[in-house]
Design a protein around this ligand. Structure first.
Ligand code: SF4
Length: 383
């Protein structure tokens, strides 16, 4: 297979061009055609030297991802299902708001972390995406949306690596993709507007601070190790104290002076006022100083066999009020794109359960004598 130019950040593309006997400025021209103008055909790149335009088709191409489906929600949210081969598919979701357009991007087909409240985790892990497959989601979405809205202006202002997969477990593909997002010759996004969300891969958080510090969101979901061990199995390897230490080490390099903690509200599991008190103690007391942070409460999106239910609106509000009263900036995520299953935790909805992980989870819960609950989606929205 010929090289895919979406796999390269600018330095990588310059090295590729050098191997073809071409100077760096040619790589810059190519890079801008691909990412800024969305052009894939070399013959359409009119300011490239004719000799280069003729040379490139034999050795490389701009290979996007086939779109299996596109769905638009009544609220403007748009979801794409991309084919990544071998029966695997990944999703990206565009979420328009008054002052921004955010694209939620996937980093893996499936996920190995297996968080209990996440439908992606329940489908098991298939494989890491390549840099080109990560970027193809942004490349397609940005240029498709420009055509759709009939504009030459940038449509996507923010990227969140919060789709399928744990981005820091696909670090080597992730970092070049982030660099293209940030590059002024690429998408030119500010570091503050590119967010990596992690369940807490501590060593890679340290590396990200060195290699490409962008905004960081950490999936916390519990105020104590025993509960987090159950909800986010990676906690057994990197417990909360180590995770918060890593957050404190990340902050000096971070483009924002706080870490965003994500907290999925689960009925009767992690949503009591006692949990709120523990959380306040943890976030304000860790290492004697606390961790500068914002807390984002996420209403759980139920899916079959999770054994979990979303907290009531009143419970989410009481939890948020308690954190506010303690001086912790707390938001409750609005549920978007619900009519197209685009909301968080539902990204695996249309994708094959390749490893039958959901069935295995349901079987395990039955064996443990625990209920297997299917709550019809959208009983609760943001508080
Ligand atoms: S929440 Fe993130 S890390 Fe956890 S299983 Fe889902 S995709 Fe993986």
């Amino acid at each position: 297979m010929t090289a895919n130019l979406l796999d390269f950040d600018l330095d990588g593309l310059a090295a590729f061009c050098q191997r073809l006997g071409e100077k760096r400025f040619r790589a810059v021209q190519l890079f801008r055609w691909i990412h800024q103008k969305g052009v894939a055909r070399f013959e359409d790149m009119t300011d490239l030297a004719r000799s280069l335009r003729e040379k490139l088709p034999g050795v490389c191409e701009v290979r996007g991802l086939p779109v299996l489906a596109e769905q638009a929600s009544a609220d403007g949210t748009i979801k794409w299902l991309f084919d990544v081969g071998d029966g695997n598919a990944v999703e990206s979701v565009f979420i328009p708001e008054d002052d921004r357009g955010t694209l939620c991007v996937s980093s893996q087909a499936g996920c190995a972390v297996g968080c209990r409240f996440c439908s992606t985790g329940h489908q098991g892990f298939s494989r890491n995406l390549t840099t080109g497959e990560i970027l193809a989601q942004l490349w397609h979405a940005e240029h498709h949306l420009r055509r759709r809205f009939n504009t030459t202006e940038r449509v996507i202002s923010n990227v969140v690596m919060m789709g399928m997969g744990e981005p820091l477990q696909n670090y080597h593909a992730l970092v070049p993709a982030l660099r293209v997002m940030l590059d002024d010759h690429g998408y030119g996004l500010s570091r503050r507007r590119v967010t990596v969300s992690t369940s807490g891969v501590v060593p890679m958080m340290d590396r990200l601070a060195q290699d490409c510090p962008v905004a960081l969101a950490v999936s916390l979901h519990a105020p104590a190790d025993a509960l987090r061990d159950d909800l986010v199995p990676l906690n057994r390897k990197y417990p909360i104290a180590e995770l918060l230490d890593a957050c404190l080490r990340y902050l000096p390099a971070a483009p924002r002076d706080f870490i965003t903690f994500e907290y999925c509200m689960l009925d009767g599991v992690n949503d009591s006022l006692d949990h709120a008190e523990q959380l306040i103690g943890l976030l304000q007391g860790h290492a004697g100083t606390g961790v500068p942070c914002k807390l984002n409460l996420i209403p759980f999106n139920p899916f079959p066999d999770s054994g979990l239910r979303c907290s009531s609106r009143a419970t989410v509000k009481a939890f948020a009020d308690r954190l506010h009263a303690a001086g912790i900036v707390t938001t409750v995520r609005k549920t978007r794109g619900d009519d197209i299953d685009a909301a968080c935790g539902q990204l695996a909805g249309d994708v094959l359960d390749r490893t039958n992980a959901a069935q295995r989870l349901a079987q395990r819960r039955r064996q443990e004598g625990q209920p297997v609950i299917w709550t019809p989606k959208k009983q609760e929205t943001s508080a």
